[in-house]
Design a binder for this molecule. Structure first.
Ligand SMILES: [Zn+2]
Length: 202
């Protein structure tokens, strides 16, 4: 019988593990309480600052998307500025190059965008796709919006369209290269690469 609660063990493992004493299950084992189940866990400590609320507007505080535009591009990680919409790197990226198209106007609902804002949000997103392909050879993308906190929006008060580049196998290696100490060093160069590629594409 499978015993999901047995410490360090899967039912299909021989007692004592593989030759040499190495047991793959120990990689994710840690002393503690709880029942093992069928799921693997992916720990993303670099996102803890985001979950704790850093960068989110405090009650009565300012909106980071509104405050960003007053900063120099390299400080605010802004890739490009249009007339009504700008593109900025996500400070807590899911993948390298994860950026967002954002209207300058503080507006929460996509349905409330003006026709001109809607148009530029689309064209800036299209150009971001081209720039990401140019700069990084992205093979695919996840593009979309979370409208409202219940839908997963971290900063629901100011809408933003996520553009996440994808590569074959990125879900395998990104947890490794996505550690906390690596990402802050990548954001600056990533912004420079994208901003340069932005000028090369239409
Ligand atoms: Zn805002």
């Amino acid at each position: 019988m499978p015993d999901p609660g047995r410490p360090g063990g899967r039912a299909d493992e021989p007692p004592g593990g593989a030759p040499g004493g190495y047991r793959p299950a120990e990689i994710e084992e840690q002393r503690g309480a709880g029942h093992r189940d069928a799921f693997m866990r992916l720990y993303t400590p670099h996102r803890m600052a985001y979950i704790r609320g850093e960068g989110k507007p405090a009650a009565g505080g300012g909106c980071p998307f509104c405050a960003l535009v007053d900063q120099p591009d390299d400080v605010g990680l802004i890739v490009a500025r249009g007339a009504l919409v700008y593109v900025v790197l996500n400070l807590y990226p899911y993948n390298s190059g994860h950026c967002m198209s954002v209207p300058y106007r503080h507006v929460s609902d996509y349905a409330d965008l003006t026709p001109d804002e809607t148009d530029e949000l689309a064209t800036m997103t299209q150009r971001a796709l081209r720039a990401l392909r140019q700069a990084s050879g992205a093979q695919g993308f996840n593009v979309g919006m979370n409208l409202g906190s219940v839908a997963g929006a971290g900063i629901a008060a100011h809408l933003h369209q996520h553009i996440v580049p994808r590569w074959g196998g990125d879900t395998n290696f990104m947890p490794v290269v996505g550690h906390t100490k690596v990402l802050p060093e990548l954001l600056g160069p990533t912004r420079e690469l994208l901003a340069a590629a932005w000028q090369e594409v239409q």
